[in-house]
Write a new protein. Structure first.
Length: 263
């Protein structure tokens, strides 16, 4: 299985930096190069598609757009794409989108292409939390992510690990292994995929400091023990975190975890 690797992690770093800086609000003075993106109300916001005319989205997919520090990022069901954007005469222009090269079903690859085309020349209209992009007979309506899919709370949510980050690489979990974290006031309960336990977790709006994590001592297959070691390495000392909708990213230096809120 191929992963988004360096490009996706670079986009993730941008999101984390924005989070650690308090994020950009719709009234931010940030501006895209050559345009007035900040003044448009797009800058610092993420949108999810809610309706479409002129195309049919692949079943189970949706379009996600982010506008951060003068760059637009998009995920339409397969690859991540992103690059500088500007606004000119009511249109969005992003002619130089870089993209990951993960292979997907042809329908998703085609969807990536027409979304990229939409982002270079679409007429845009922003009305509060609703964004509309229209070009060449395709019209997509988006809703601000914070309205469409609010952030889950750090405390009281069971966060299930979906991938392990090491430097510029992200790897999936061994088949059948389940690792998870559940935070409460001053405490974290840990499932490593093999052993379980708990420890101290002191949280702020942007960071978590872990201490005294105690685990059971059961032995597991080597690949599961490697997962346990990766989880334990992140839960040692200080880490930064960012929550977007049902996704939690936890980073301790160049090591990290991506987690998803359990249903």
């Amino acid at each position: 299985m191929r992963h988004h690797l360096a490009f996706a992690l670079a986009l993730l770093s941008t999101v984390l930096l924005a989070s650690c800086g308090g994020g950009a609000s719709p009234s931010s003075s940030s501006r895209a190069p050559g345009g007035s993106a900040g003044a448009s109300g797009l800058e610092g916001r993420t949108f999810f598609s809610t309706a479409i005319d002129g195309r049919v989205l692949v079943t189970g997919s949706r379009i996600r757009l982010s506008f951060i520090n003068g760059e637009v990022g998009a995920i339409a069901g397969c690859n991540s794409m992103g690059g500088p954007y500007r606004l000119d005469a009511g249109r969005i222009l992003a002619p130089q989108l870089a993209t990951t090269d993960m292979g997907c079903a042809q329908a998703l690859m085609t969807q990536d292409q027409w979304v990229a085309d939409l982002l270079n020349g679409a007429a845009f209209a922003l009305d509060g939390n609703s964004l509309t992009l229209a070009r060449n007979g395709v019209r997509v309506t988006f809703l601000d992510r914070e309205v469409a899919d609010p952030d889950r709370p750090l405390l009281g949510t069971r966060w299930v690990v979906v991938s392990v980050i090491s430097g510029d690489a992200a790897s999936s979990l061994p088949i059948g292994a389940v690792a998870a974290l559940t935070f409460s006031a001053g405490r974290v309960d840990v499932e490593t995929g093999c052993n379980s336990g708990s420890g101290t977790a002191t949280t702020t709006d942007r960071s978590i400091t872990f201490a005294a994590i105690g685990l059971t001592k059961r032995g597991c297959p080597p690949e599961v023990m490697r997962l346990e070691q990766a989880v334990s390495a992140v839960l040692s000392g200080a880490a930064t975190y960012a929550i977007e909708a049902d996704s939690l990213t936890l980073m301790a230096g160049r090591r990290g975890l991506t987690l998803r809120a359990a249903a």
